[in-house]
Design a protein around this ligand. Structure first.
Ligand SMILES: CC(=O)SCCNC(=O)CCNC(=O)[C@H](O)C(C)(C)COP(=O)(O)OP(=O)(O)OC[C@H]1O[C@@H](n2cnc3c(N)ncnc32)[C@H](O)[C@@H]1OP(=O)(O)O
Ligand SMILES: O=C([O-])CC(=O)C(=O)O
Length: 372
């Protein structure tokens, strides 16, 4: 048996949800460029869960269901107040809260197909409420209930700030949600599938996935990108900062990808939004610093930016706290996790690979009193 480090190139399942072929990303056969330009996030959720785009009636039904299920049990919100709320990372708080949500769902362990779908809707609906409520409670503010007449993207920004967002903010945020929704067998989605393949429940699968997304080699990279941009501070400092990191063999967050070689097709949409939004907020230096970093890392290391790189300056321009960037990734990616969880249940087999053992050979047990 020989191990493939990091399972690179290993095909671990079949799936009809999203594909990455020759650096082109599709959701159910629709090119991500087309969806990013035209689709609402709610349409994408439906597409991922049903394998087709919704009719107007189906879309309305989903929107109504999401609005109806958005409220989070008060006990779960109260729990936030018991955390050391200004010290914990929001991803840790959200991971714990999603696990708690399962305790208040009477259908949590009902494994029928319809019940699992209902839980998917509930989780998708409640994630924005959890993230925005956490963000407000830690600032001593009351959570805000969603507005029925706002869409998913607008509602998130509204629940976060209490103000109805401008059209350009809604457009940018919706696009970001669409771009982050699914990505084949990335680490968090794989985690979700491994978890539910034991026939564990949907809440366990999503809780596990949030844990995997949190790491800086995966979804956690977007927050680290913003940290880097803030540390660099100005366009003049980019050269020395990046070269020092590269010389020290440190990774530049937001660059590289396990699957894409020529580049991540989502990055150009975020780059465009970053340029537009930073201009509007009078912080174009974040965009200029980013393009300068991209030029250096791409030409000297051959590594193009991934989805996390320009999303950082986009979210910053929308006035979002930097440690909420990864929870926002989860608000979108939960749609993909849920699609994969439902697909896994449909054709389940336990996921259990092997390990190439590299420890000592057979040893003889020596009682503790005789060990030197
Ligand atoms: C939504 C997402 O999850 S997208 C990814 C988000 N993560 C990041 O942006 C973190 C930075 N990037 C990385 O760490 C990596 O590129 C990953 C984790 C995304 C993919 O990694 P892998 O396919 O495992 O590549 P691996 O980490 O083995 O790197 C291969 C080589 O490229 C280098 N490399 C890879 N990414 C980077 C980077 N961002 N900066 C500098 N060097 C890099 C490695 O140092 C390594 O060099 P070496 O062969 O000289 O040792
Ligand atoms: O696919 C991956 O390995 C990481 C990624 O880009 C994503 O999850 O969006």
């Amino acid at each position: 048996m020989t191990a493939t480090r990091g399972l690179e190139g290993v095909v671990a399942t079949t799936s009809s949800i999203s594909s990455i072929i020759d650096d082109t990303l599709t959701y159910v056969g629709y090119n991500i460029d087309d969806l990013a330009e035209n689709a609402s996030f709610e349409e994408v959720i439906y597409l991922l869960w049903h394998g087709q785009l919704p009719t107007a009636g189906q879309l309305n039904e989903l929107k109504e269901q999401l609005a109806k299920d958005a409220a989070v049990p008060q006990e779960v919100l109260n729990q936030f107040k018991t955390f050391p709320i200004n010290k914990v990372h929001p991803m840790a708080a959200i991971r714990t809260a999603v696990s708690s949500l399962g305790l208040f769902d009477e259908e949590a362990d009902v494994m029928e197909k319809d019940a699992n779908y209902r839980k998917a809707v509930r989780l998708q609906a409640k994630l924005p409420t959890l993230v925005t409520a956490f963000a407000r409670i830690r600032k001593g503010l009351e959570p805000i209930a969603p507005k029925r007449d706002l869409g998913f993207a607008a509602n998130f920004l509204y629940m976060l700030t209490g103000e109805e967002p401008k059209d350009i903010a809604v457009e940018a945020f919706n696009k970001a949600l669409v771009l982050h929704a699914d990505h084949e067998l990335n680490a968090s989605t794989f985690t979700a599938r491994v978890c539910v393949a034991t026939l564990s429940d949907v809440y366990s699968g999503v809780t596990a996935a949030i844990g995997a997304l949190k790491g800086p080699l995966h979804g956690g990279a977007n927050e680290q990108v913003m940290k880097m941009l803030t540390e660099i501070g100005s366009v003049e400092n980019v050269d020395s900062y990046i070269h020092e990191k590269l010389n020290n063999k440190e990774k530049i967050m937001g660059f590289g990808h396990r699957v894409y070689r020529k580049g991540d097709p989502r990055a150009k949409h975020l780059r465009e939004m970053s340029e537009k939004l930073t201009k509007l907020t009078g912080e174009s230096h974040f965009y200029e610093m980013s393009t300068k970093i991209e030029n250096i890392v791409t030409s000297e290391k051959g590594l193009p930016p991934n989805v996390d790189f320009y999303s950082a300056s986009v979210y910053h321009s929308l006035g979002i706290d930097h440690d909420l960037f990864t929870p926002i990734f989860a608000v979108s990616r939960v749609s993909g996790w849920l699609a994969h969880i439902l697909e896994q249940y449909e054709n389940n087999r336990l996921i259990r690979p092997r390990a190439d053992y590299t420890g000592p050979g057979m040893q003889t047990y020596v009682p503790v009193e005789k060990r030197g």
